[in-house]
Design a binder for this molecule. Structure first.
Ligand code: GTP
Ligand code: MG
Length: 286
């Protein structure tokens, strides 16, 4: 499944991020702790060059904690990157960020560190700034593309900029596209809900079978994503006229409950899932 969702404001936002980089000391890149590889925008990696970067694995409250630990160890090995797993709405988590920025960028005492928060849509960029401020500075919402313009605010010794979420023009890696769609980073108007729920269901049956059985009170293990959607649909009364099962409704329930963490703490990838050619390419660039 190739996803194309690169509206004009994202193109403009990426250009603005590139321009603002000269006046930035450190990047705070947000990824989704459930899919830290697939939710990292390769375009941001390219324009970052050697700017120091705190790589936030956000929504850690939704991810499988043992897998998040593996990711942190993995990113610790990358040069110029400091990984940190947090939940953007937790004050104690977010309050680690200003100290970390000052530790990495050594400005004089009187100078604020200039930080820019970047990442894909719906990942929690604006939430981090609101939590840091202790009030609603920026608009947030559980659909992608809420923030449309850069906004800068002075907080805790940082001049911190919020930026609009940016994807890349053509997400042609099918598996990446599925995970991004399942996580809520992509507008639901550009992918097939049932297709994404079917594949996500297959993954969950393989890796988080017990959580599914418990959540949907299933007696018999579904053999694949379609059977899972049928089982969810029957349990939750998803019926169309004439008693026909409404797969779309069942798919909606599965994806919504996955995104909200109702099924449990779930990770969608591990470092070993990174395609070998990507690792080879990044080694060549070092
Ligand atoms: N469970 C959980 N939800 C979070 C976390 N951080 C943010 N959210 C939720 O994720 C949704 C998106 O948050 P935003 O802060 O608007 O995301 P954004 O990255 O600014 O999104 P855009 O402006 O659209 O690019 C909101 O519903 C937040 O409440 C987190 O750590 N855990
Ligand atoms: Mg935002």
């Amino acid at each position: 499944m190739s996803i194309q969702w690169f509206p004009g404001h994202m193109y403009k936002a990426l250009k603005e991020i590139e321009d603002s980089l000269k006046k930035t000391d450190i990047l705070i890149e947000l990824t989704d702790a459930r899919l830290p590889y697939s939710s990292s925008n390769p375009s941001l990696g390219t324009i970052r060059v050697d700017k120091p970067c705190i790589k936030i694995l956000n929504k850690a409250d939704l991810a499988d904690p043992s897998i998040t630990e593996i990711w942190i160890e993995y990113f610790e090995k990358e040069t110029g990157i400091k990984p940190l797993a947090i939940s953007a709405d937790q004050v104690s988590d977010v309050n680690q960020i200003p100290a970390l920025c000052k530790q990495i960028v050594k400005t004089g005492k009187l100078k604020n560190v200039r930080a820019m928060v970047v990442g894909i849509p719906n990942i929690g960029k604006s939430t981090i700034i609101n939590t840091m401020a202790g009030r609603k500075v920026n608009k947030v919402g559980n659909v992608p593309a809420i923030t449309r313009h850069q906004q800068r605010v002075g907080l805790k010794g940082l001049d911190i900029s919020d930026t609009p979420g940016v994807l890349w023009p053509d997400i042609d890696d099918e598996i990446k596209g599925l995970k991004l769609a399942a996580s809520g980073a992509v507008s639901s108007s550009v992918f097939d809900f049932q297709d994404v729920a079917y594949h996500t269901g297959n993954y969950l049956l393989k890796h988080y079978n017990e959580l599914l059985m418990e959540r949907y009170k299933l007696k018999k293990e579904p053999s694949d994503g379609t059977e899972l959607l049928e089982a969810i649909g029957k349990k939750r009364g998803c019926l169309k006229k004439g008693g026909i099962l409404d797969y779309y409704k069942a798919a909606d329930i599965l994806l919504l409950e996955l995104r909200n963490g109702n099924i449990g703490r779930i990770s969608l990838e591990k470092p070993e899932d990174i395609p070998v050619e990507t690792i080879e390419k990044s080694l060549l660039n070092e």
